[in-house]
Design a protein around this ligand. Structure first.
Ligand code: NAD
Length: 321
């Protein structure tokens, strides 16, 4: 008897820069057997699907098409990248809350109507508020609603640290937590290379530990999106690669620990808000969130980040359309 191949469908809502590049990353990694693109601009979704299909001979057998919400049926993960990107240089992610909350009121009820059993993965900004909105609008258990959170900020932080210390990014273990945005928090107290705190690593290598350089690295991390947008108008390669990592952790049931956004309860006095902490992801979505042992300054910075986000979600108007 021939074994039946199990199909794995990923739905992507929003076939813009982030959505299309994410589909490309999934395709090149052979993570899904089916990828459906849904966009209010059907022409754009069709064009992207065609271009992606022409990449299939260079990648893995994958069925890719421009569909509608009914095609979300059975998707293991539905990735939401629809909505406005930052409109002008200098505008913050939080400014987008109102516009994208209204888009989510349209999208999320449609997705869950056709797919009540899948996982929602939110990338649209401001991603923490939009993750909270997706949870509220979907009625899904919180563990099945995940935001890309600070996965990108953590990647930028590790990249810059790796450049400074002259080691591979994979050898740098350091997290950015809290808001994906201006109030994000670098966890310096636990950052390490080969298990050694950064000042100890420097001492062992006979290098000076340069606090000013570290401050500069965090500043560059926090401002990276603004810097890239100023030059090329949008950021999408790195977030697409990060979304593919999240999807892989889920599909392969890996319990990979990533800094993603999810509903937080009872951490350092923080409650009922979505923000990023190191989070294990498996096929059920969020397996567990790690209550990091922060120092007093980091704890205070996390409380402030949570307050910024609380103030932001207080303005959400969530009326399903
Ligand atoms: P984009 O403008 O290129 O694409 C957005 C797409 O959404 C467009 O194709 C548009 O037609 C579609 N869309 C808008 N309203 C819709 C609706 N109601 N239904 C279906 N489709 C709809 O923007 P982009 O550069 O791809 O960015 C997308 C989102 O991702 C933005 O909110 C941006 O800020 C965010 N983003 C997040 C991160 C992160 O780290 N989380 C990184 C980069 C970008």
């Amino acid at each position: 008897m021939v074994a039946q191949m199990h199909s794995t469908r990923i739905a992507i809502i929003g076939a813009g820069n982030v959505g299309a590049t994410c589909a490309y990353a999934l395709l090149l990694r052979g993570l899904a057997t089916e990828i459906v693109l849904v966009d209010a601009n059907k022409n754009k979704a069709e064009g992207e699907a065609m271009d992606l299909n022409h990449s299939v001979p260079f990648a893995f057998p994958t069925r890719i098409w421009a569909g509608d919400y009914s095609d979300c049926t059975g998707a293991a993960v539905t990735i939401i990248t629809a909505g406005s990107a930052r409109l002008q240089p200098g505008q913050t992610r939080l400014d987008l809350t109102k516009t994208n909350a209204s888009v989510f009121c349209e999208i999320i009820p449609e997705v869950v109507r056709h797919n009540p059993d899948g996982i929602l993965l939110v990338a649209s900004n401001p991603v923490d508020a939009m993750t909270y909105a997706a949870w509220k609008l979907s009625g899904l258990p919180a563990q099945r609603v995940i935001g890309s959170g600070t996965i990108l900020d953590t990647a930028r932080f590790r990249f810059l640290l790796s450049q400074h210390f002259g080691v591979d990014t994979h050898s740098v273990h350091a997290f950015i937590i809290g808001e994906h945005g201006d109030s994000e928090v670098p966890v310096w107290s636990l950052a390490n290379i080969a298990g050694m705190h950064l000042p100890d690593f420097c001492a062992a290598r006979g290098l000076p530990y340069d606090q000013l350089a570290m401050d500069g690295i965090f500043q560059q991390t926090r401002e990276a999106a603004y810097t890239v947008i100023e030059r090329k108008g949008a950021t999408f390669f790195a977030i697409a690669a990060g979304l593919a990592d999240i999807v892989e952790a889920i599909l392969r049931d890996q319990s990979t620990v990533l800094s993603v956004s999810s509903l937080i309860h009872d951490y350092c006095g923080i409650d009922d808000v979505c923000l990023s902490l190191p989070t294990a992801l498996n096929q059920g979505g969020v397996a567990w969130v790690l209550p990091m042992n922060l120092n007093p300054q980091e704890t205070e910075a996390m409380r402030q980040s949570a307050q910024v986000l609380k103030a932001n979600i207080a303005h959400l108007e969530l009326v399903p359309k």
